[in-house]
Every structure is written in structure tokens, then in C-alpha cells.
Design a protein around this ligand. Structure first.
Ligand code: ASP
Length: 595
């Protein structure tokens, strides 16, 4: 009988009677009543094999020693499982393959962990044997969904008339604010390429080159400390458009992400066709962060005006030193004890930036709490009105420097939202945050640096503050925030060389240095530059959120660990003296090693 090649997980009742050939890995083996049962696994799922020694002696001999993860080719006939033997949890659970012949294609050593379930396995082991980890259904599903997502992005970009262009990866460093990965030049000792933190300047030069709409599924590198949602190399949908403003860039991103989201069936749902927008200023005021998670309310309430003349010293001092008094109202929080508030909640607010945390509880009979007696009845009445507190609610209050107090209360809000289940984690929340400040103070050095990057256009009405009050200058930049996570950044760009020069000066980059580092860009702008802008959604983070994964490493085929190492291949690794010499390099003693 002619056999048909079939994937393991696709056989169904309709195939009964068919002669088929399957290839796969031994996922499970049982010897029972003289018969051998094997679950054979490939990318598509499992099929149960039955090997009966009295009917298929050679096949039985061939798999006599077969153990987990051996690779087999099997020929057989699809048949219905016996009465009561069906497995409703398996897509192929109504049928089995009665084996007529087996070829062992590869034997396997005992794997260091079981690949056929989601048992907790130490990540170091998983990453050391990533090829085994990739066989696990969850990672298979993630990488396939990622592939669909990227295909969806590409299709959408082409449909909108974007041109896919590859830009170089050995480049001159571009300032995106992170540390560069450097590559030494063999031909020019002492000189280095940088791996791009993003294709920022090339995509702008594509616009000057008249390409009109550029995109790239771009790999980017940033040598930063790693977190659950950050890898040293990551992938962006990088795009840039000529003759546009914010609305055009937003519409292109919304279309591409929405299309790809559906293509990948992320969270079985759709993204809104237009994402809500909030300014950076509003986000800070209402949520104490530039990455607001608006899946729940509990917005910050600014009580500064209430306590201007308060007799409560801490509040009054905060107001006197131009600070803020910020509250959140936790519905039903009146059941929390003083020690729970002080031990659990206050440290969260303090770690986020607040100097401390006060609280008052609304009871049927009035306000309670250690500071309630210091507050005037008129002040308490205003607090009640502004926070909307009702009997049984808890009002948490912090006072001090405006920005850090808001940040502390924003962190507390998120903590309460997550730990008190104030929202459904399956729910989606996506929005644009707009008009970020152009500059920020480096907390370590106090120096002014670009909040996004120095090529970002300034809001027209703020240009005059560039020299006199740079921290007041707002930019035409924007982020996409997905479930409280930054997932894209972009901006409308500067195209006027004179204005670009003023931004460099505000950043403390003297004209000679600007000319040396960015002369090519300033030159390009002097040859007729179209107004342009763009954005770069981060694919890894989008996929992570789309799949509801907590760790970015679970959506990347070969990720790095927290120390930016790849345990499987052992990268990074030492190189030979001769390789170093060829590059004109000599090494200092290793850190922690005496020279
Ligand atoms: N290059 C920027 C980034 O990677 C994105 C952009 O401005 O388009 O964040």
C-alpha cells in the first residue's frame, strides 16, 4: 500500500485506514501486555504508536531499546483507538498508528530535563541545552507565534508602501543613550565600529535619500544591565516616513501592530484601531509614571492645594518648598492594619521615590489614623471630596519633591493594582504617551542629556527655551505603552541644521565635536531634507505581552542570560593572542585579577 507522509499531530478519525509515514521524537514509552506504546512527537503534536511484536517483529526489535528523545521514522496504518482508550486531551486522541516498520534515525542520551512537559527546570540548564528546550511545546508555540507576528508586520508594511531596507551593522556609534557594543577594526588599529543601538541615522538618511517610507526588522544592540524584559540584542520594527506629522506615524504603527496582532492570534483579540493618547505631563500627574498602566483607575490625587496652610508640619513644609502632596485612595483598604501599611506599602512608595507614606482611613464615624488628629476638619472634608473616599476606604498620602513623590505613589499604585488584583491580567491596555521632555538630568552626574535622542524635534512653542530653560522644553516624541511597559519610541525629527546645532549645544556638545561626529548628518540636511519622523516598536516585548509571557527569554530562540552570556556556546569567550595582535589590542588583567 502507498504511504503518505504525515505530521504526527495531524492524524484524525478521517485518516483511519490510511497507510502513513511519520517522523519524530520519542516523547513517552510504555510497555504493556506485550505491546509497546510510544508517543511520537514532532512540531505538530503527538501520535500514539502501537508496536505489536507478533505482527511487526522487525519493528519491535528496532525499537526494543528506544528511549526518550530517540528519533524514529515509522510506517503504519491509522486505526481507531479501542473502546475507552480515547484521550480527549490530545488532538490525535481518537486514533493511533499501528506500526508496520521502524527505522531508528538517531539514538539519544538521557536528556538533562524532560522536554515533554512544563516542569520547572533551572534556567541555566535550559539555556545550556537550548536545542532541547526548543522542543518544549511552549517555546515551540511562542516562536511560531512570533514568526506569524513578524510576517504580519512585514505584510502590513509592504501594503502601506514602505520599502524594506537593510542598514549596516558595523557603524559609527549613534547616541541612543546606552553603552555601545564595540567591534575593533583590523585595518585601522585603534578604531572601532559600534553595533547599532538602532538604525536611527541611516533611516533618517534614507529619507534625505528620497525613499519616502522605510522599514526594517532591525536587530539592535545595547550594552545595558539586563532585566526580565531587556536583552542585549533585540529586534525592532524600525520605520521612518517623509512629509508626515505625529498622526501619520501613529496611524502606520496602529495599522501594522493591529494587523500583526491578529495574524499571530495574540490573546485571541484585536488591538484598538486607534490607540488612546495621553501627554507625558498628564501621565505623570495622573499615574506618576511615563508608562501608565490604565487597566485600572486609582489615579493619583494632588492634594497640594488642600494643605497649603496646614498645621501639619510635614505637609506644610512640602508645600512651602514647592513640592507636592499626592494621594491614592484604595477602596476597601480600611481593613489594612497600621503594620501592614508601614511594613508592606511604605517601602514600595519609598523605593519608588517618596520620602515616606502617611495614611488616613475613612470610617462610618469619620477619619482615623495616626495623622488624622493633626488635620483640620475642613482639610479632611476636601480630601474626602477630592479622593472620593467612602467608609471603609484607605487614603495613602506622600509629600515632598513633586517628581519623586509622584513616582513613589505611581509605583505604589502599580504594586496595589497587581497585588490586590485590581485588573484582569488578561486584559489589554495600549496607548500613546506623547510630548516627552526633550532633556532630562542625568541622576548620577547632574548633566543634561537627551530624554529620547538628540535628533528629536522640539515643540514649536518651546524652541525659545532651548538656551534659557532646557528642562522645560517638550519634544515631539512619543512612546507606545502596552500594559504598563514601554514597547515603542519614536519622534518627529529635526531637519534644520541650525536647530540641530542648538540642541547639540544644549547637550554640551561643542560645534567642533558635533561636526566631527555628526557632520555627515548636518551636511545631509543642508542638501534638501524632507520633514520626517518615525518610530520603532520592540518586537520581543510585543510578542512577550501578546503571549502573556513574563520573561523575554521565552520568546527568543537563543537568548542571553542575566549576565549577557549564552551558556550553550559559552559566548562571550576569550580569543587567542594572535587574534588580539591582528586587531592591535592588548588586554588589561581581568577584573578582580591582580596584574
Ligand atoms: N531609534 C529610536 C529607538 O530605537 C526610535 C526612533 O526614534 O524611531 O528608540
Amino acid at each position: 500500500m502507498a504511504t503518505t507522509r504525515s505530521s504526527c499531530g495531524t492524524l484524525r478519525v478521517e485518516d483511519i485506514g490510511q497507510a502513513v509515514t511519520c517522523y519524530g521524537w520519542v516523547d513517552h514509552r510504555r510497555d504493556h501486555g506485550g505491546l509497546v506504546f510510544i508517543d511520537l512527537r514532532d512540531f505538530s503534536g503527538l501520535i500514539q504508536l502501537v508496536i505489536n511484536p507478533s505482527e511487526a517483529r522487525d519493528a519491535y526489535e528496532a525499537i526494543k531499546d528506544a528511549r526518550l528523545e530517540w528519533v524514529l521514522r515509522v510506517d503504519g496504518t491509522v486505526r481507531a483507538r479501542g473502546e475507552g482508550q480515547e484521550n480527549p486531551r490530545l488532538a490525535t486522541g481518537q486514533v493511533e498508528l499501528q506500526v508496520t516498520a521502524v527505522t531508528v534515525l538517531s539514538a539519544a542520551r538521557t536528556p538533562p530535563f524532560s522536554v515533554h512537559d512544563d516542569a520547572e527546570v533551572d534556567e541555566r540548564v535550559r539555556l545550556s541545552y537550548r536545542y532541547l528546550d526548543l522542543r518544549r511545546p511552549r517555546i515551540q508555540k511562542n516562536l511560531r507565534a512570533r514568526s506569524e507576528f513578524v510576517a504580519g508586520l512585514r505584510a502590513a508594511m509592504h501594503k502601506m508602501g514602505f520599502v524594506e531596507i537593510e542598514t549596516p551593522t558595523l557603524i559609527r556609534a549613534t547616541p541612543e543613550g546606552a553603552r555601545d557594543y564595540l567591534v575593533p577594526s583590523r585595518l585601522s588599529h585603534g578604531d572601532f565600529y559600534a553595533l547599532p543601538q538602532s538604525p536611527q541615522l541611516y533611516k533618517q538618511l534614507c529619507m534625505v535619500g528620497g525613499l519616502d517610507r522605510y522599514f526594517q526588522i532591525a536587530r539592535c544592540w545595547r550594552d545595558e544591565d539586563l532585566r526580565a524584559d531587556r536583552q542585549p540584542e533585540f529586534t525592532q520594527l524600525d520605520l521612518e516616513m517623509s512629509f508626515v506629522d505625529e498622526d501619520d506615524v501613529f496611524a502606520a504603527c496602529e495599522y501594522a501592530l493591529g494587523h500583526a496582532w491578529e495574524a499571530a492570534c495574540f490573546r485571541g483579540g484585536k488591538l484598538p484601531s486607534a490607540f488612546p493618547r495621553i501627554s507625558w505631563e498628564d501621565a505623570q500627574r495622573r499615574y506618576g509614571t511615563d508608562k501608565p498602566d490604565t487597566r485600572f483607575g486609582m489615579e493619583l490625587v494632588d492634594l497640594t492645594s488642600v494643605f497649603g496652610k496646614s498645621s501639619f508640619r510635614i505637609f506644610q513644609q512640602a508645600v512651602a518648598s514647592a513640592g507636592s502632596i499626592v494621594a491614592i485612595c484604595l477602596e476597601g483598604g480600611g481593613t489594612l492594619t497600621r503594620s501592614e501599611i508601614e511594613r508592606e506599602l511604605a517601602p514600595v512608595a519609598v523605593a519608588g521615590g517618596a520620602t515616606g507614606l502617611a495614611f488616613i482611613t475613612r470610617r462610618q464615624t469619620g477619619w482615623e489614623g495616626p495623622i488624622a488628629k493633626f488635620l483640620a476638619p475642613s482639610e479632611l472634608a476636601k480630601v474626602e471630596q477630592m479622593t472620593g473616599a467612602r467608609a471603609g476606604d484607605l487614603v495613602l498620602i506622600a509629600a515632598g519633591n513633586s517628581a519623586s513623590t509622584r513616582a513613589g505613589m505611581g509605583a505604589l499604585r502599580i504594586y496595589l493594582g497587581r497585588t490586590r488584583s485590581l485588573f484582569d491580567p488578561g486584559q489589554m491596555d495600549i496607548l500613546w504617551v506623547t510630548e516627552f521632555p526633550m532633556f532630562e538630568k542625568d541622576p548620577a552626574t547632574g548633566e543634561i542629556r537627551a530624554a529620547h535622542h538628540p535628533f528629536t524635534m522640539i515643540q514649536e512653542e518651546d524652541i525659545d527655551y532651548l538656551e534659557s530653560d532646557p528642562l522645560r522644553v517638550r519634544s515631539r516624541s512619543y512612546d507606545i505603552v502596552l500594559n504598563g511597559r514601554e514597547t515603542a519610541s519614536g519622534s518627529i525629527r529635526i531637519t534644520d541644521p541650525a536647530l540641530q546645532g542648538r540642541v547639540f549645544s544644549a547637550l554640551g556638545i561643542p560645534p567642533e565635536e558635533a561636526a566631527r561626529k555628526f557632520g555627515f548628518l548636518l551636511d545631509a540636511f543642508s542638501f534638501g531634507a524632507p520633514p520626517h519622523g518615525g518610530c520603532a516598536p520592540g518586537i520581543d516585548r510585543l510578542v512577550m505581552e501578546g503571549l502573556g509571557e513574563e520573561n523575554i527569554r521565552d520568546v527568543i530562540a537563543f537568548p542571553k542570560n542575566q549576565q549577557a552570556q549564552e551558556p550553550m556556546t559559552g559566548a562571550p569567550a576569550a580569543v587567542s593572542e594572535s587574534q588580539l595582535a591582528e586587531l592591535g589590542l592588548a588586554l588589561l588583567p581581568r577584573r578582580g585579577q591582580k596584574g
